[in-house]
Design a protein around this ligand. Sequence first.
Ligand SMILES: Nc1ncnc2c1ncn2[C@@H]1O[C@H](COP(=O)(O)OP(=O)(O)OP(=O)(O)O)[C@@H](O)[C@H]1O
Ligand SMILES: [Mg+2]
Length: 386
Amino acid sequence: MTAPFDRSLAGSIADALGKSAPERDGAVSPQAGDEERVVESALRPHSLHDFIGQPKVARQLALVLEGAKRRGRPPDHVLLSGPPGLGKTSLALIIGSELGTSVKITSGPAIERSGDLAAMLSNLAPGDVLFIDEIHRIARPAEELLYMAMEDFRVDVVVGKGPGATAIPLEISPFTLVGATTRAGLLTGPLRDRFGFVGQMEFYEPAELQQVLRRSADLLGVELTGDGSAEIAGRSRGTPRIANRLLRRVRDYAEVELDGRVTREVAQAALALYDVDVLGLDRLDRAVLEALVVRFGGGPVGVATLAVAVGEEPNTVEEVCEPFLVRAGLLARTPRGRVATEAAWHHLGHPLPRGGALISGAGGAFGGGTGAPTTPGASSEPLFDA
Ligand SMILES: Nc1ncnc2c1ncn2[C@@H]1O[C@H](COP(=O)(O)OP(=O)(O)OP(=O)(O)O)[C@@H](O)[C@H]1O
Ligand SMILES: [Mg+2]
């Protein structure tokens, strides 16, 4: 069996970096590359007013901050959780600027020893914001130190070892901890409970992404028409980071090949070149869906079989492709294996198989695997290899 394309680099890069989860590279990756982080900082909103979308989190946060300002006290500790690229770091920095205080930035993996954290905490000025990105990856001893710091603005620094060790209490300035996490489920209960405000970030609506794109186009000096921004927004998977990245790619195309103006036609041509389709699927997503629909008659088929069919690792298919395919209502995970929804057949332009009760896939609501559909042409592949 020949794979339709080479194994993506995502898995091997993840292996090389020792990351647990495989990551996607390319145009629709939700993660930012190192160079991209530099570009991104230029596009970050700097105030709540500039921050687009997330109406619930933004409104609640505005109240928390305003209340604290009126009382003249630092606000409650804030936890921002949600998928990559939705604006957690941007909001954390905005909290600092709205409060008019400085933000000290670190990340869970960077805090290896509790001493590192104690030093950082003792250097905070009153009212400072301490931003810990990827807070779910903080080392356990540091996390325990953080409990006391968050609650009592105090840490115990242990001096010496063994029976002679003494804990010296150290006062720290009242501060606000802002934690960000893409994996809220990995946070321990005690840490989670110490946040007074938890903001759950949601994917953006296309109209909100259009606003993000308009703002970014202004900052980048790109002429972007309304239908051009609609075209890009529709392919951005509900994620501002992806919208901004696609805008930059389309701008390159427009400037190099044409007059620099980004219209619908220009966006379509450029994104076709980058293999990003109208729903924001890339080559790997389409290959997975195509294999499911064409080779396995729509499923059900186990993820391991599906992965072999596209020449990928099962966990790459499962963790990199499937979440969006499920969210887009194109693929369902059922107890018997993966199943293409009716929307998937439509999207790929294949006629629906006759006589089968397909999952409709409308809005991606599958109600926890309510029975696998009977799909004609189901393959002879084993159903339980997932
Ligand atoms: N609400 C928004 N309004 C305007 N731009 C936004 C918004 N949210 C995100 N962005 C843009 O998307 C980019 C990515 O956002 P950000 O870095 O804050 O995401 P994140 O949630 O911290 O991602 P990660 O989990 O990877 O750290 C930013 O450069 C910013 O320009
Ligand atoms: Mg971030």
